[in-house]
Design a protein around this ligand. Structure first.
Ligand code: CA
Length: 531
């Protein structure tokens, strides 16, 4: 018996180290609200600005997923889906008001079980102390842009600097000082940027001062052929973006005054009051003259929308620039440590975003701009450099993918599919023929009604079920989703898509469905509702 045991231990000793060396490290760089069309490699309408040279470099070294989608377009829920590999109704985190049950199965816990060293730095947005990580430091809630606090296993800690730089520093420090040479690692670097309210680092305050940002082709969309859902939202640059709170107009000039403090939304104020005198001076120097010019110009109507758009898009892309530089630093660190050849680097963001598209900011909708997530994977020697996949993939697939990369078992209750066959160029047939989506936060901030739906390669069907309102789009003929063809389309097509939606709801075991509102309640939210 002892002999047998010894032989077994010896065999293990021979096999395990070799297997461990074969397994790749995983560096997951994740940002917040970074839309694919704000990445050069995605060839969107902001490409001419050259917003992301470092992320573009990553794409040139790996595979870019053109049809990468979230399952629920909002911060916390997207992260919960990634942690669990399960849709929101299964992992329990359906909207930002929920709390994540960290006691449930997550992919980092499963990676730890097969010998991975794991760490998480930056925005978690899942509340509570993270589980499944050997090392972690996370922002409380949304976190702050300047001199942010972190929740750590030892308590709260404030670190000076711009949040994107601080999170990168923590990750670089972990790679250099805390990483074990004996284990493969999985490191999650999760930025707050470019989330609202879009506060760039000091060194980026003047970036893009000398150019006009291109405008979204649908900046002045009037949502004439959508359901009323698109009309009665509250995320318009024109009507809802706050000129002070979101765009800092006059905020740097009079922020010392008590009246001003009361007037401003806490989020902007909480961020700005953290600044050091030097940081505040840099902000005043950057925005003071621009504010003065704005007051002199006395803008209104479309001109005012254009001004707001310019200020917003520039701040958004300045924050993106910080994230892009972070990607460059992390790649450089991997090279410096000789880890670049055996590390899979992933760049993604929790959902897409409206950068003036349809006249909006924010996310939530199943429309393309916020449904899409960037996904770029560099896997040296495995994924062919500079390739693009058009298969429909989702954040739902990440957990299965990471487990597959690590050679771990993929539990049966995960709802995604591993992307490894796609990355290896070994996918046999279509990856999937439709994706499923479900958004839950209503009535709530920005007033985007609850909806679920499916997207196939060509069509998208959405059901705003509280209002009994359906939308169907032909993405081939109408990529901007300006004309809802639900009433006019071929009845067979509508029936086929409706059946497909029901099939997917069954497949993912989603029975969650709030009852339809009464006519009175519909009219309360949508005053021009008639039937
Ligand atoms: Ca987000």
């Amino acid at each position: 018996m002892r002999k047998l045991c010894t032989a077994f231990v010896l065999a293990l000793g021979l096999i395990l180290p070799a297997a461990a060396a074969d397994r790749p490290n995983i560096l997951f760089v994740f940002s917040d609200d970074h839309a694919p069309h704000a990445i050069g490699a995605y060839n969107g309408w902001l490409k001419s600005v050259n917003p992301t040279p470092e992320i573009d470099k990553l794409a040139a070294q790996g595979m870019l997923f053109e049809n990468s989608f979230c399952t629920n377009s909002i911060c916390g829920p997207s992260r919960a889906v990634i942690q669990t590999g399960k849709h929101s109704h299964k992992n329990g985190f359906m909207n930002n008001g929920n709390s994540f049950d960290w006691n449930q199965q997550t992919f980092p816990k499963l990676l730890q079980k097969v010998g991975y060293q794991t760490a998480l730095y930056g925005k978690s947005h899942l509340k509570g102390h993270p589980q499944g990580f050997d090392d972690w430091m996370v922002l409380p809630g949304q976190g702050l842009y300047y001199n942010p606090d972190f929740i750590t296993p030892e308590g709260k800690k404030m670190i000076n600097g711009h949040c994107t730089d601080v999170v990168t520093d923590l990750a670089v420090q972990w790679l250099k000082e805390k990483r074990s040479d004996d284990k493969p690692f999985m490191l999650m670097v999760q930025h707050k940027a470019p989330h609202r309210n879009w506060m760039p680092a000091e060194r980026h305050l003047h970036l893009y001062d000398d150019i006009e940002m291109p405008e979204a082709p649908t900046l002045f969309d009037k949502w004439e052929d959508n359901t009323l859902a698109a009309k009665y939202q509250e995320l318009e640059i024109d009507g809802h973006m706050d000129i002070n709170y979101d765009l800092f107009l006059d905020l740097t000039a009079d922020f010392d005054q008590e009246a001003s403090q009361k007037r401003q939304d806490r989020s902007a104020w909480n961020n700005m009051k953290r600044m050091s005198p030097a940081q505040m001076k840099a902000w005043r120097d950057a925005y003071g003259p621009k504010d003065e010019a704005f007051h002199k110009a006395n803008l209104s109507g479309d001109d005012l929308v254009r001004w707001k758009y310019q200020r917003y898009a520039k701040n958004y892309l300045r924050c993106v620039k910080g994230v892009d530089e972070s990607v460059g630093r992390l790649m450089g660190t991997l090279e410096e440590l000789g880890l670049d050849e055996n590390t899979v680097v992933i760049y993604s963001s929790d959902q897409g975003f409206y950068i003036g598209d349809h006249g909006w900011y924010d996310k939530r909708w199943m429309y393309e701009e916020s449904l899409k997530m960037p996904l770029i994977v560099k896997w040296p020697g495995v994924a062919e450099a500079g390739t693009k996949s058009t298969e429909m993939v989702q954040n739902l697939d990440y957990a299965s993918t990471f487990l597959d990369m690590a050679g771990a078992n993929i539990p049966k209750d995960l709802q995604g599919q591993s992307l490894v066959p796609l990355l290896k160029g070994e996918q046999d047939g279509k990856f999937r023929d439709a994706i499923y989506y479900h958004y839950y936060e209503y009535p709530s901030v920005h007033m985007v009604p609850r909806h679920y739906g499916i997207r196939t390669e060509r069509y998208k069907l959405m059901n705003f079920y509280q209002f009994g309102a359906w939308e169907l789009y032909d993405l081939q003929e109408d990529p901007d989703e300006l004309t809802n063809i639900y009433e006019t389309a071929d009845k067979e097509l509508v029936a086929e898509m409706t059946q497909k939606l029901e099939d997917l709801r069954k497949h993912y075991d989603d029975n969650s469905h709030e009852p339809e509102y009464s006519l009175e309640k519909k009219k309360e939210f949508w005053p021009s509702f008639t039937k």
